[in-house]
Design a protein around this ligand. Structure first.
Ligand code: FPP
Length: 260
């Protein structure tokens, strides 16, 4: 997956081709995380029900995964359902669950064909049993894949993740009779849902809201944030390319001094 791979799907002479050619493939973000927002507003603008916005959002999900795999990103994380989203009307929640199930069923072959590894971040054991089964199947079937790691944050909360990690870490320490004062950042990170994956370099949020919404609180410590007014169902390859292009113009200092 590379520049050549992307150019096969981008119309020659288009603005998108220009965007692709402006990207430095040697300096890609390793992990891109996305807060997919604006489905409800997208539907409202079209006098449709909110769930139609979620349905349309699936096209953006497909496009973003395909582009991420073609670019050669290591990890893509999409925020699909937060712990707080249970507060939504029951009918919206159940439509989201059934969309997710359908998506996993219909896309599993594509994930396998493209060497994509699927992983759930969150508390999947609290989801309906049929959704859990589908998630587990997709995780197991793709577990040996070595291309893009595609994470879905589902029944996810950043504070819940840190709490789960601390609880697990303490359980292990007590079991092994080890000293808790030896806990360090590395030990905690190794118990997060994203254990073994690099932290996001780039965090994208659609629909113009300037909030983190309890997403990957630990992991985004040094992420570059890119916000667009585009509503999630309209998000496409060119927007991801723009985000990566802008990311590459940033000076990442990690608390140090500027290098240019
Ligand atoms: C935010 O828009 C979006 C969500 C809470 C759900 C995102 C889900 C999908 C795109 C579909 C399923 C996903 C996968 C990965 C198959 P909102 O409803 O908060 O929009 P609003 O702020 O305009 O009301």
């Amino acid at each position: 997956m590379s520049l050549q791979d992307l150019l096969t799907v981008v119309p020659a002479g288009s603005e998108e081709e220009e965007l692709v050619r402006s990207i430095d493939f040697g300096r890609l973000p390793r992990h891109v995380a996305v807060i997919m927002d604006g489905n409800g507003r997208w539907a409202k603008l079209r006098h449709k029900r909110r769930v139609e916005g979620h349905r349309a959002g699936i096209h953006a999900v497909r496009d973003t995964i395909e582009t991420s795999a073609r670019i050669g990103l290591e990890v893509l994380t999409l925020y699909a359902f937060s712990i707080e989203n249970w507060k939504r009307p029951q009918s919206e929640v159940s439509t989201l669950m059934s969309l997710l199930k359908k998506y996993l069923r219909s896309e599993l072959d594509t994930l396998l064909r493209n060497n994509i590894r699927f992983r759930v971040l969150g508390r999947p054991h609290e989801l309906p049993a049929d959704v859990q089964e589908e998630l587990q199947r997709a995780e197991e079937r793709t577990s040996a894949n070595e291309g893009l790691s595609f994470n879905i944050a589902l029944n996810y909360g950043g504070r819940a993740e840190i709490t789960d990690a601390v609880r697990e870490l303490f359980r292990e320490l007590l079991h092994d009779g080890r000293d808790p004062s030896r806990i360090d950042e590395r030990a905690l990170a190794a118990h997060l849902y994203t254990a073994g994956q690099p932290d996001p370099d780039l965090l994208i949020r659609t629909s113009g809201e300037l909030r983190i919404s309890n997403f990957l609180l630990w992991q985004i410590a040094y992420a570059e944030i890119w916000v667009t007014d585009v509503l999630w169902p309209d998000f496409r390859r060119r927007h991801l390319l723009q985000a990566i292009g802008d990311y590459q113009k940033r000076d990442r200092r990690y608390g140090g001094i500027t290098t240019v």
